[in-house]
Design a protein around this ligand. Structure first.
Ligand code: SF4
Length: 381
């Protein structure tokens, strides 16, 4: 349990509807997972807190109910021409869940993004029409006899704002009237503003005030930040994905034989970040040196995999994308299992927020499962 020192986090308890089990459980996840004395984490915790509030308000009345949450699936890689299973490879992945509602049974995927999501024409949604992860999960379900109608893609966009400086009028109103943007300001928070003004002449929004402003932004335009869409695949698209998995398995086998693993140097520097293996590929680092270790299990994110070679015979969506981006990177990551001994100290904020949101979502959806068994909707598998 991490430090919990934000008194404003308890202020929701008096509000009507704030005691619903899924919301309470998801809030507990945020409270317990965020180190509130770490400034960066605390800001992201406040953002998750405000988004969760808006998410619950927008979606809790919908029919969607979970029938399965967080499950690893594994299935044979099939030769699409002969229908025979590969003797070497399987493919696997971890789904966020399966849900039923509105007469349909769907795969569930939740995502966080900074991209625009409110328009049907946004690149974010266009990309999904060929997204390999959705195809892979639907194919795996089908191989296990679960014929899903499609995927419920459940997306939140992070508001692009950090705690800002209060104007003098806002600081006065918060400290003398206990009010900010029309909302009540707890005494402890008002005292924080008083102390900041006394020390610096100005005050930045304490987390409680930042959360108030975030909630107003989200309430003002929820459709810009909280979007669900159903994404579908026709049989020919799933068949095409099966062919692609088979082709990759064939290519991995061929690279193992010839030992070449060509480098794709266009992938060495992407999104202003160097590839983790750039030092090795450029000869400045030694894979057998003290900075590197070799993982026994190359897909550590997947539980209960059936594999006799540490996952080297398992194709995932990540490994497929890595193979397509750079075969040498695939060699380092999924054949050799190379991993830096000391993780990069620079925190990836987007990754941290995505993980936090994912955990909160898991708790929220878990509570929609209650009662599903009795209504028969979840029994068609
Ligand atoms: S593994 Fe590929 S992408 Fe990474 S540094 Fe080497 S050649 Fe570049």
């Amino acid at each position: 349990m991490k430090q919990k020192n934000e008194p404003w986090l308890g202020s929701h308890q008096a509000k009507p509807g704030s005691d619903e089990p899924g919301l309470v459980a998801a809030r507990e996840v945020i409270i317990s997972q965020v180190a509130w004395d770490d400034e960066g984490q605390a800001v992201m915790g406040a953002m998750a807190w405000a988004l969760l509030d808006a998410y619950h308000r927008k979606w809790h009345g919908e029919q969607w109910r979970a029938v399965q949450i967080e499950a690893t699936q594994q299935a044979p890689v099939m030769n699409p021409d002969t229908g025979h299973a590969s003797r070497t490879f399987t493919h696997a992945g971890k789904i966020d869940g399966r849900v039923v509602g509105y007469g349909r049974q769907m795969l569930l995927e939740h995502k966080t993004t900074s991209d625009e999501i409110s328009s049907d024409d946004a690149p974010f949604w266009r990309r999904l029409s060929i997204d390999s992860q959705i195809s892979k999960y639907l194919v795996q379900c089908l191989q296990h006899g679960i014929d899903l109608d499609g995927c419920l893609y459940d997306v939140v966009k992070k508001p692009n704002t950090k705690p800002k400086l209060l104007t003098s009028a806002q600081a006065r109103q918060a400290t003398s009237l206990n009010e900010y943007l029309g909302q009540h300001v707890p005494d402890e928070v008002a005292k924080d503003v008083v102390d900041q003004v006394a020390a610096n002449g100005r005050a930045r929004e304490p987390l409680a005030l930042y959360a108030i402003r975030l909630k107003q932004i989200l309430a003002g335009d929820p459709d810009a930040y909280l979007v669900r869409r159903c994404v579908y695949r026709i049989d020919s698209e799933l068949h095409e994905h099966l062919r692609e998995i088979w082709a990759m398995a064939t290519d991995v086998r061929a690279e193992r034989r010839r030992g070449l693993w060509p480098r794709s140097t266009h992938a060495c520097w992407q999104w202003n970040t160097p590839c983790a293996f750039l030092g090795i590929c450029s000869g400045h680092d030694d894979a057998d040196g003290v900075k590197w270790q070799r993982k026994d299990q190359v897909h550590q994110e997947l539980d209960e995999l059936e594999t006799e070679v540490g996952g080297r015979d398992v194709i995932t969506n990540s490994s497929l994308n890595t193979f397509l981006a750079c075969r040498r990177k695939y060699l380092h990551k999924y054949e050799q299992g190379l991993q830096r001994v000391q993780a990069d100290e620079q925190r990836n904020d987007a990754l941290y927020f995505g993980t936090l949101w994912h955990m909160a979502q898991e708790a929220w959806w878990q509570h929609t499962m209650e009662g599903n068994e009795s209504d028969g909707e979840g029994s068609n598998n």
